[in-house]
Every structure is written in C-alpha cells, then in structure tokens.
Design a protein around this ligand. Structure first.
Ligand code: ADP
Ligand code: MG
Length: 234
C-alpha cells in the first residue's frame, strides 16, 4: 500500500532524512520507532507532502505520489494525524467532524460518518456541542483521529497518538486503534512509546539520526535488546 524508497529530506540546508525506506502492506499496522529528534515526524511529513523529499520516491497503491500536495493525498486516501492535534479550537466537536467529511461518503453504507466515529469514540458524542479547545488533551487526540477518519482514508499516518496521555487513556486509545485495524485500515504509526507501539503493530522500523537502523517483526524487535538499547529509550 505504501512504499517509501530512499528518501532524503531537508529543512533548508539541514539534511534530516538519509535514504529512508519502508513499506506498509494492506491491513498492516507498522510502527516507526525512534527517540525524540530521530526523524519520525519528518518521515510522515515527507510522505504526506508537507516536507517533500529532495531525492527518492513515495508510492501509494503503486502510484508515485512523491511531493504531492497534502490535500491531493487526502483525496487519494491518505489520512494524517499530526503530533500537535491541529483541531479547530473555536469550532464545536460536531463542526470539526462535519468539515472533514468527504461529500460523497455521506451516502455510502460503508465508510466513516459522524455516527460511526461516535460509536468508536463515545465521549465525542457527549461533547458534540462543546468547542474543540475545551476538550482534554486525550479527547483532542481522539477528535484529531476522528476527523482524519471522516475523510475515509485507506492509509492512516498517526504521529505519536499516545504522547502525553495518562496510562488509562493510552490503553483506551490503543483499543480504538486496534478496532481500526480490525476494520481493515492500514496504519503507519510513529512512536517513542515502544511498549504501546509493539502492542499495536505487526512490524516495525527503528529510525535514528534520520536513518533506518533496524526493521523486523514485533517479535524480532522485542527479542533484540541490543538494538532497542542503542536506538530507543527502554
Ligand atoms: N521545522 C524544522 N526546521 C528545522 N529542523 C527541524 C524542523 N523540524 C524538525 N527538525 C529537525 O529534524 C530532525 C528530526 O526531527 P523530527 O522529524 O521532528 O523527529 P521526531 O519526530 O522523531 O522527534 C531533528 O534534528 C529536528 O531538530
Ligand atoms: Mg515527532
């Protein structure tokens, strides 16, 4: 579903990603693990076109999409949940969701709509008329994910969904992400929280200093203490 092949990404003159390659198969949850500053967010931003790579390619369902604009990629079926939850603080929960809904999706029986995201995140139904800015941190994360779902993505890029959340909320969010997986969504998950990421993922990559250092199944990642100790906080 997603093939990132040897991308190099810069912020101005600063070279941040060095030949990063990764693949995500349909239906998989794949994690990108790494310490703060390792290049996780930049990798997601390179895929979604916010920081287009200078070299290398990104393919989605076989089509080259390198450097395409984010809105084009949203239409093609890639959802993106940034690390800072960019919800609209002045709009209600309901309006945050309504503006993200794909026009054509409303009359599909499958696909996401407000009712379905409320089933997944019941707290959002309770707070439908509250302003986004008045939600707790965890609720804002849920709203950010719910909003991405309203665009009916096939592939969801999730940037540190559990960051800053209390353990109980982490668990609640993990359960929801597993439900998305059961529903057939493909997910690329950037995380520093190794335990959480390994509970959710089928496979993973470790990134450090803008380079992929390891790739393997979750069992291989769990077993490889040396790699975890070297590149991750464990
Ligand atoms: N907007 C920016 N301008 C310049 N450098 C940046 C910018 N954003 C991130 N960086 C640098 O790029 C590197 C990778 O950052 P990032 O992708 O945010 O890492 P992570 O998400 O793994 O914490 C870091 O060295 C960071 O300082
Ligand atoms: Mg980041």
């Amino acid at each position: 579903m997603l093939e990132v092949d040897g991308i190099h990404t810069y912020y101005g003159l600063s070279h941040v990603l060095f030949s990063v390659s990764l693949q995500v198969e349909p239906g998989e949850v794949v994690c990108l693990l790494g310490r703060n500053g390792a290049g996780k967010t930049t990798t997601l931003k390179s895929i979604i076109g916010l920081t287009p790579p200078k070299q290398g390619s990104v393919r989605f369902k076989g089509e080259t999409i390198t450097g395409n604009e984010p809105y084009v990629l949203a239409r093609k079926g890639i959802g993106y949940v940034p690390d800072a939850r960019r919800i609209f603080a002045d709009l209600t929960v309901g309006d945050n969701l309504a503006i993200a809904e794909k026009q054509s999706a409303a009359d599909w029986d499958y696909g996401w709509n407000k009712e379905k995201v409320f089933e997944l995140f019941p707290v959002l139904r309770e707070k439908e008329s509250h302003n986004g800015g008045h939600l707790s941190g965890g609720e804002q994360k849920m709203l950010a994910i719910a909003r991405a779902l309203m665009g009916n993505p096939e592939l969801l890029l999730l940037d540190e969904p559990t960051e800053g959340l209390a353990p109980l909320l982490v668990q609640a969010l993990e359960e929801r992400i597993l439900k998305l997986k059961e529903a057939g969504l493909t997910v690329l998950l950037a995380e520093q929280n190794v335990k959480s990421a390994l509970r959710l993922s089928d496979r993973g990559y470790i990134i450090d200093n803008g380079r992929i250092r390891f790739e393997g199944t979750v069992d291989e990642l769990r077993a490889n203490e040396e790699v975890r100790g070297k590149y991750l906080l464990v």
